[in-house]
Design a protein around this ligand. Structure first.
Ligand SMILES: Nc1ncnc2c1ncn2[C@@H]1O[C@H](COP(=O)(O)OP(=O)(O)OP(=O)(O)O)[C@@H](O)[C@H]1O
Length: 227
């Protein structure tokens, strides 16, 4: 579904060049949950940004659903809007919007009619156990509830791939476990693939594949029997 071949990424700051990714090859299949691990500076965010089509300044090939991406801004924007979802460590909800409005946002961008938006958002909030909180703003929700809203927002338009950057890092153990289980079950049900940058063993233990990065190189790719 997402295939990266021979990816090289170099940052240039003045006269200094830093190679952040070296010959990275990665294949994420539909419905698969992939963890990306590695020490600080190993290239996780750089790789996530390329997977999320947020950075197109690289060497190598990226194919999405078989289509070779041409580093075209409009093509990338279109794929992000229709086929990708994002989850962040700090939730990144819009503070002046209710849970309902936050989850509705991707559907509005995709031009759905109001009646359809309401149906999809309420179904998604129900899935993440937050239907009673639809009209709450983020500051009235706990961290775990905010991350549930963020997951609902990432999945409401039925993306093919969700990019998650340390999604459990701001949560206590019990809540983190619940969030991982939720991502796993929603991913399975909706055949959504996840790529998750994480230092958190609770997260990686649930993944189908764990990729270990060091100094921009994939050191090890473990195929796990997913829980
Ligand atoms: N915009 C940039 N300009 C220059 N160098 C950068 C830039 N972004 C990242 N780097 C460098 O590229 C390397 C990889 O950084 P990256 O942020 O991808 O690592 P990371 O594994 O996500 O680290 P962390 O876990 O600390 O977020 C690091 O050496 C970093 O300093």
């Amino acid at each position: 579904m997402l295939q990266l071949t021979h990816i090289e990424k170099t940052y240039t700051t003045g006269e200094i060049q830093l190679q952040a990714l070296r010959d990275v090859n990665l294949h994420i299949q539909a419905g698969m949950m992939v963890a990306l691990c590695g020490p600080s500076g190993s290239g996780k965010s750089t790789l996530l940004n390329i997977c999320g089509l947020l950075n197109q300044d690289y060497f190598g090939e990226v194919r999405f659903a078989g289509e070779l991406l041409m580093r075209d801004y409009r093509q990338a924007m279109e794929i992000r809007r229709t086929h990708l979802g994002f989850v962040f460590q700090k939730f990144n909800l819009v503070p002046v919007m209710t849970a309902f409005e936050n989850v509705a946002y991707p559907l509005l961008l995709n031009g759905l009619k109001a009646v359809e938006v309401k149906r999809c958002v309420m179904a998604m909030l129900d899935h993440v156990g937050l239907i009673k909180f639809a009209h709450y703003r983020p500051d009235r929700l706990s961290g775990g509830q905010q991350q549930r809203v963020a997951i609902a927002r990432a999945l409401v338009h039925q993306p093919k791939l969700v990019i998650a950057d340390e999604p459990t890092a701001s949560l206590d153990s019990e809540t983190a476990e619940q969030i991982v289980a939720l991502m796993k079950s929603l991913g399975r049900e909706k055949e959504t693939a996840f790529i998750v940058a994480s230092h958190d063993d609770r997260m990686t233990l649930h993944c189908d594949k764990v990729i270990h990065l060091k100094d921009g190189v994939i050191q090890l790719e473990e195929n796990l029997c997913a829980a």
